[in-house]
Ligand binder design. Sequence first.
Ligand SMILES: C[S@@+](CC[C@H](N)C(=O)[O-])C[C@H]1O[C@@H](n2cnc3c(N)ncnc32)[C@H](O)[C@@H]1O
Length: 251
Amino acid sequence: MGDDELVREWREAEREPGAVVLDGFHALKHAVRFGGDVRWVLTVDRGALLALAAELAGDVVPAVEGLAVEVPEAVVRGLVSRVHPTGVIGLAVRPSAEANLAALAGRPRRAPVVVLENPRNLGNVGAVIRLAAGFGATGVVTTGDLDPWHPNVLRGSAGLHFATAVERLTLPQLPAGPLYVLDPEGTDIRDLPFPDDALLAFGTERHGVSEELKARADHLVAVPMRPGVSSFNLATSVGMGLFHWMSGRKR
Ligand SMILES: C[S@@+](CC[C@H](N)C(=O)[O-])C[C@H]1O[C@@H](n2cnc3c(N)ncnc32)[C@H](O)[C@@H]1O
């Protein structure tokens, strides 16, 4: 296939519902490793890509070998705003909302669902998804208008969207489970273990938790802070919440 035809086909595939761009090797690696539906891989140097995969992630080598097509750097530059230092881009289709909703609603739930109320910062949401994937959380639900599958969020999560269920819902649509809302005004977190089926909810970066979310809470929980400090960063708070859950579990 010529480069022009390849670009045309990529553009068409990119317009398919649920298509997402994987920017760089780590996003590709995580999408493949966690069962993502990866359709395309373009690389500026196939040999270098396979060597990197062999060195860092032998488990993904067969898939990458089967998918990777070498193209001139100008082709990649025409498809993404900035060529990743690893010189690779992929195209995958995100899991369906039905599959994610089933994962979020599944019982018994063995790990919490993280809820971000109306987050504003794409990088924060990516960092939260990376944390949730690392801790083995059931999923990350966002409310509000930010798309948790936005390319910059996917960049921030290093493709770990494929390792946990990521969906946007409204507060009334939250999955069932005891709702622990993290808020600086809450009960000291050290007095309250988090159960495996908890929903751990966090407020928006600037204004914190809404009255509506507080009204739904079974518990308001605070990570104590030194006097004079008003709050922690959103993603940091999620990390502490998930660590608190993990610390209360048997190894
Ligand atoms: C940047 S903070 C919001 C700051 C906001 N001005 C406030 O007063 O809550 C974002 C979210 O992180 C969580 N958070 C930050 N610091 C916390 C703390 N000390 N204890 C519990 N949650 C905290 C809360 O969920 C909060 O809504």
